[in-house]
Ligand binder design. Sequence first.
Ligand code: MF3
Ligand code: CO
Length: 278
Amino acid sequence: MRRIEYKTDAQLAWMAKAGVVTSRALDAAVAAVAPGKTTADLDSAFREIITANGATSNFLGYYDYPAMICASVNDEVVHGIPGPRELLAGDMVSIDGGAVLTDPATGKTWNGDSARTVMVGNASAERRELSEITQAALWHGIAAVASARKVGEIGVAIEQFVREETGDKYGIIEDFVGHGIGTSMHMAPDVLNYAARDLGPRLKKGMALAIEPMLVTGSIETHVLADDWTIKTNDGGDACQWEHSVAIHSDGIWVLTAEDGGASELSKLGVTVKPIPA
Ligand code: MF3
Ligand code: CO
């Protein structure tokens, strides 16, 4: 059984630094999105910010993964490898990436992990809605961390929001889940993005969790391409992902991969974030 890594506030403060670098690198990748750009261009923009901040990438070299981001277009769900594919007006691309910073005092490495979905030019209202609902679902899952008792209540909150808002219109992917994060990118516990009977471990101070709902317009069945990474929907329906890394510190919650800790989005849901105590 994998053990959960509980962090001190000082360690979570390091994670927040890695989270801000992750967010700024994603800002750059998002800014690079335009018709005619390749998914490799997004990776280059991301890479520049990672390097400029003295950070490294937790994706690059992970099971030999060859890039710093995953760029998953339209019916690609996750883990799309950046390359020569040109983005076309009307496409939708999910960009997933993470920064790692090393605390020189301890030698420990602290990970961020976050994903956003961006429209290329004028995408359809259907694609824009899919992304808006997925993003809102993420924030409802994050809000649950502030008041829930168990990790599984995050997925319950995500699914409840999606069903109340859009009925059975969208599927929530179950083949891939969120995770604990800290000195490694993928750690215990699993963080389901959908409702399940087993609510898993208690939410406790010191936890850091990556929450990453993936919504689809059709069936939730997926397959992996011949490149051994890219995951696509079986029926060719669109897929979308948003992700943040979230900390439970001694005074409340803080979204590590948002520059404002998630304050602006969570205030709309009646949740107050608190800075990590120094
Ligand atoms: N970032 C993904 C996740 O959210 C993992 C990507 S693994 C990689 O958990 F190898 F593709 F980088
Ligand atoms: Co993740």
